[in-house]
Design a protein. Structure first.
Length: 318
């Protein structure tokens, strides 16, 4: 089946449009989902807007962004696993667009996708379901390091990723968590015990303190600056978007840190994230700072990318 749907499109760098965009769903496992809401992912979307590669793939405009949506299935092929027409789902990729590069492709009134890219909710969606992908990203990363309640953790950056890390670690019983964050309001929302505006604000008593440093800002040089705070052979978990891994090895070699990259979330991580959100054990309300109708999508993007108060900015499609 071919059709068109209104979608937020980047026809070129630094330009956003809401325009009719063609799609084609014709495989047995394909779905068409009517979107209820989607969220802006500031770190990723800022790079897409500025034409900076976020992976080994070369950006080819036009692009449809968006990787976090909730909606209802309105068309379902004959082989869509456990998904049927009328089901409510979380969608993390729309990959059945025609003539447009899908950079996850979920900012649209209708999302053409396959059953592999949705998680059935089994109930009408609620706003915390929009955090499923974010939490899955955090779970995937922290699966790569042993979590011990006695460990001391330093989070660099308390945007949506850093804030979710602090929430997840708290749920796991890790209470010795500190952070570096320029915007004080974000520190107030977090579970961090000690919060500095700059790394240099940590006094000498914090030297050689941390077992794990988690970098979320995308600024790789933060690792050099945080080196004095790490224990010998501390682990460094990279969770930002990095264009070039350029740090001075001479400034870090004496601590022999184990640097761990984390970028991939599997469907299993998404399932675990959804199950944890359903328990209500995480404080999810604080993540949702703004909601805008799709008619104000440009303003929504300005707020999401530039406001120090913004954590999760939601676009409503209904």
């Amino acid at each position: 089946m071919k059709g068109e749907a209104k979608a937020i499109v980047l026809p070129k760098a630094s330009k956003l449009r809401l325009q009719n965009t063609p799609y084609h769903i014709g495989n047995p496992g394909d779905l068409l989902v009517k979107t209820i809401a989607s969220t802006i992912t500031p770190g990723l979307d800022r790079l897409l807007l500025t034409n900076k590669p976020v992976s080994h793939k070369v950006l080819e405009y036009p692009i449809i962004p968006g990787s976090e949506s909730i909606g209802q299935v309105v068309e379902a092929g004959p082989d869509t696993r456990e998904v049927e027409t009328g089901d409510f789902v979380y969608v993390f990729r729309g990959d059945r667009w025609s003539g447009v590069e899908s950079y996850y492709g979920c900012h649209a009134e209708l999302i053409p996708t396959s059953s592999e890219n949705v998680l059935p909710l089994g109930r009408p969606p609620i706003h915390r379901d929009l955090l499923t992908g974010l939490l899955a990203y955090v779970i995937s990363a922290l699966d790569k390091v042993p979590i011990d309640p006695s460990m001391r953790v330093l989070i660099l950056g308390l945007g949506s990723v850093g804030l979710m890390i602090s929430e997840y670690l708290f749920q796991k019983g890790c209470l010795h968590v500190d952070a570096v964050e320029t915007f004080g309001i974000r520190g107030q929302l977090s579970r961090a015990e000690h919060i500095a505006l700059e790394i240099g604000d940590f006094t000498a008593e914090f030297n050689d303190r941390y077992d794990l440093v988690i970098e979320t800002t995308g600024r790789i040089l933060m690792i050099e600056k945080a080196m004095r705070l790490m224990k010998h052979q501390a682990k460094v978990l990279l969770m930002g978007n990095y264009e070039v891994m350029a740090y001075d090895y001479r400034l870090i070699q004496h601590k022999e840190p184990a640097i761990i990259c984390s970028n991939i979330s599997t469907f299993r991580h998404i399932q675990r994230a959804s199950a944890l959100l359903d328990t209500g054990e995480l404080d999810t309300e604080k993540f949702f700072t703004n909601v805008f109708p799709v008619s104000q999508f440009e303003f929504a993007y300005r707020i999401a990318l530039d406001s120090k108060e913004a954590i999760k900015t939601v676009i409503s499609w209904v």
